[in-house]
Write a protein that binds this ligand. Structure first.
Ligand code: NAP
Length: 247
């Protein structure tokens, strides 16, 4: 019961999986979430006994309070929340329906808000409070075509990170965001493999000349949630091989 407890949404794949693996290596009990039960169970098997898999859709807002109550009653506290679950949709803006747009916002933004709110209620009452990490994107740093809803959602995540940090700093809850550059995961494969021109553009403006690995993001999160980052608050940390400042 004295292990730290972390929630990593979307921990069944990509960046979330690498983050869950790292936080377990750091000594935490990690609850991973996802919609696809089979994928989730596969991840749980690889992550081992200190991983707990909970099949939940973070855009099923009504289910979130019960999910959090269940974690608290079983594990006693919530020390870390990594709002990682996210979806993308690549389409010209004229083809994006209101429903398409809303679906992205529900997962990438409203779900992050609704889950954070429930976790904040718990963290506020704990002696050691806690740390929240939101996952942003390069889509919030510069204009990216064909991902209108994704860009809107991730830009809002940066704003929400700052607003939460200002409100929760006095309470003792730290809030930061990580903005991954282009990292090898199923999501990027979907967006770039069929679009060599976009991939060439990404590489052309990445000074380090390569895409990142999920572990690069996991390492940054591991640092940000640790006491070594105890005075880092309200930042959006780009982990991107220089992509966001590339020419
Ligand atoms: P990924 O491999 O597609 O993984 C996404 C994870 O989120 C999966 O575990 C997925 O599981 C889960 N998920 C999606 N919708 C969900 C929902 N409604 N409720 C619960 N879980 C849900 O993607 P990734 O590349 O690792 O991306 C992770 C995060 O990093 C996202 O927020 C993404 O926007 C951000 N990001 C990634 C990159 C990159 O280069 N990869 C760059 C910038 C930002 P299910 O499908 O089973 O639900």
């Amino acid at each position: 019961m004295n292990k730290k407890v972390a929630i990593v949404t979307g921990g069944s794949s990509g960046l979330g999986f690498a983050t869950a693996q790292q936080l377990i290596a750091d000594g935490m009990t990690v609850i991973i979430t996802g919609r696809d039960g089979e994928k989730l169970q596969g991840a749980k098997q690889s992550l081992g006994d200190h991983c707990v898999a909970k099949q939940i859709d973070t855009s099923d807002f009504d289910a979130l309070p019960g999910f959090i109550e269940d974690i608290v009653s079983n594990y006693g506290s919530i020390d870390v929340l990594v709002n990682n679950a996210g979806i993308n949709m690549k389409k010209p803006v004229a083809d994006v329906s209101n429903e398409d747009f809303q679906k992205i916002l529900d997962v990438n933004l409203t779900g992050v808000f609704a889950l954070s709110r429930e976790v904040i209620k718990v963290m506020s009452t704990q002696e050691t409070k806690g740390v929240i990490i939101n996952i942003s994107s390069m889509a919030a740093q510069y204009g990216l075509p064909y991902v209108i809803a994704y860009s809107a959602s991730k830009t809002a995540i940066d704003g929400m990170t700052r607003a939460l940090a200002v409100e929760l700093g006095p309470v003792g809850i730290r809030v930061n965001a990580v903005a991954p550059g282009f990292i090898h995961t199923p999501m990027t494969a979907k967006a770039l493999d069929s679009d060599p021109a976009r991939k060439a553009k990404v590489m052309g403006r990445t000074p380090m000349g390569k895409m990142g690995e999920p572990q690069d993001i996991a390492d940054a999160i591991s640092f940000l949630v640790s006491d070594r980052a105890k005075f880092i608050h309200g930042v959006v940390l780009a982990v991107d091989g220089g992509n966001s400042i590339g020419f």
